[in-house]
Design a protein around this ligand. Structure first.
Ligand SMILES: Nc1ncnc2c1ncn2[C@@H]1O[C@H](COP(=O)(O)OP(=O)(O)OP(=O)(O)O)[C@@H](O)[C@H]1O
Ligand SMILES: CC(=O)N[C@H]1[C@@H]2OC[C@@H](O2)[C@@H](O)[C@@H]1O[C@H](C)C(=O)O
Length: 383
């Protein structure tokens, strides 16, 4: 059978732009094969980014303004899908995650969560002329799940190993992990995954704070590397209840966003840290919270930790993780044949492909849903 050409579109909690992957997919689950033909990140305009961040942070705006942002996101996503195909045969399917602007995990066993991704799939289908699957999280949420993380099942089929236990650690705005036991009879039921807490969200906000917005992130972690972490602060911040909550769990900028950063800056005042020390301390919190969550919520440490997402390019953070993990080697998915930069976009292409052939996309043991669900709403191309 011919592989299906699919476009995956994803803009995450960093709101830095639209990660776009053009892939060829074949197989089902165990025999799943994915080849990346092209990957590109299309940045948002500074104004649109500001509006999206403002909406997420609770800036008061009219419904008309929200509609304009929603439409602008759909147009940007459609343009990204058109652009990635230049020089390639046309895709027949799009999987669009959209832009998360609000995420509320379920507050108890009887409560439903809520997660809002803008950039309507029907618009993208119409603008591109390509059938589009979107709104992936709602079916899992309707089944009392968190609606996140959804990538673990894709990780399972692309990155698991027959002998090794692996943690696939995404470091985006928020961090999330997929724990993959070695492939054996009942390996699927033993997969775990959760949001580990802040990835780059606090670091990016701190860099913006110290540079009055002229810089948006700590390139390579060089600035933090020139400072010294303040361990009493790391300890204090680690007492945040999110880090102690057992999985299933998910979070977002609602918890680890600008208000949390302001609290951290205030907590740091007695220690008179300079900006480099503060960045080193926030980086340490990110690294320690990841490793603590493995120690607290996994049967044992994995054989390998494999990073992806923008934070995998932060050498200082990567070195800190390696130090904390001792003899567990830390690498990136690039070294395993899967692009660390585009893995999430690739995952939403796979989830759309699975939806189209009626393969469920969630792992109930990860999201807390009471059953497997077909993820995503299909918007046919009516052109
Ligand atoms: N060279 C680099 N050095 C340090 N950090 C980097 C580098 N490149 C990217 N980053 C960080 O990665 C972030 C973007 O990562 P990514 O695109 O994976 O996040 P996201 O997909 O928006 O988030 P999420 O996975 O939470 O949805 C940037 O905001 C920046 O902090
Ligand atoms: C609501 C939402 O957009 N959550 C994202 C976010 O970014 C990282 C982490 O928090 C993750 O759980 C999730 O995305 C990935 C793609 C997922 O669902 O697997």
């Amino acid at each position: 059978m011919q592989p299906t050409r699919v476009i995956g579109l994803m803009s995450g909690t960093s709101v830095d732009g639209i990660d776009t992957a053009l892939v060829e997919i074949s197989g089902g689950d165990l025999d799943l094969k994915v080849e990346l033909l092209a990957g590109e990140t299309y940045p948002y305009s500074p104004q649109l980014r500001e509006h999206i961040l403002g909406l997420g942070a609770g800036t008061a705006m009219s419904m008309a303004d929200v509609a304009a942002i929603d439409d602008a996101i759909a147009h940007n996503f459609a343009q990204a899908a058109q652009h990635i195909q230049i020089g390639h045969h046309r895709a027949t399917l799009i999987g669009s995650h959209g832009q998360t602007v609000y995420h509320r995990p379920p507050q108890g066993l009887e409560e439903l969560g809520y997660s809002c991704q803008l950039g309507r799939g029907a618009m993208i289908a119409h603008l591109t002329g390509i059938t589009t699957v979107s709104n992936f999280r709602i079916a899992d949420i309707a089944a009392y799940g968190h609606g996140a993380p959804l990538v673990p099942k894709v990780d399972a089929y692309l990155l698991s190993h027959h002998q090794e236990e692996r943690c696939i650690q995404n470091i985006g705005g928020i961090g999330n992990v997929t724990y993959l036991p070695a492939r054996s009879d009942d390996w699927l039921s033993q997969i775990r995954g959760w949001d580990t807490g802040p990835g780059n969200s606090l670091l990016d906000l701190a860099v913006q704070h110290f540079t009055s917005g002229t810089k948006s992130y700590d390139n390579n972690g060089d600035w933090a590397a020139s400072g010294t972490p303040c361990y009493p602060l790391v300890e204090q911040w680690l007492s945040h209840e999110y880090f102690h909550l057992p999985p299933p769990k998910s979070t977002g900028r609602e918890l680890f966003g600008i208000t949390y950063l302001h609290d951290c800056l205030q907590d740091a005042q007695p220690y008179q840290l300079n900006s480099a020390d503060f960045l080193a301390t926030i980086t340490e919190l990110t690294a320690v919270s990841i490793v603590h969550s493995y120690d607290n919520f996994l049967p044992r440490r994995p054989h390998k930790v494999i990073l992806c997402g923008g934070g995998s390019r932060n050498s200082y953070l990567k070195n800190r993780l390696q130090l904390l993990l001792g003899n567990v080697p830390v690498s990136t998915t690039d070294e395993f044949g899967l692009s660390a930069a585009f893995k999430e976009a690739i995952a939403f292409a796979v989830l759309a492909y699975w939806r189209n052939i009626n393969i469920p996309g969630n792992l109930p043991a990860v999201t807390g849903a009471y059953q497997e669900m077909l993820l995503g709403e299909i918007h046919d191309n009516y052109r």
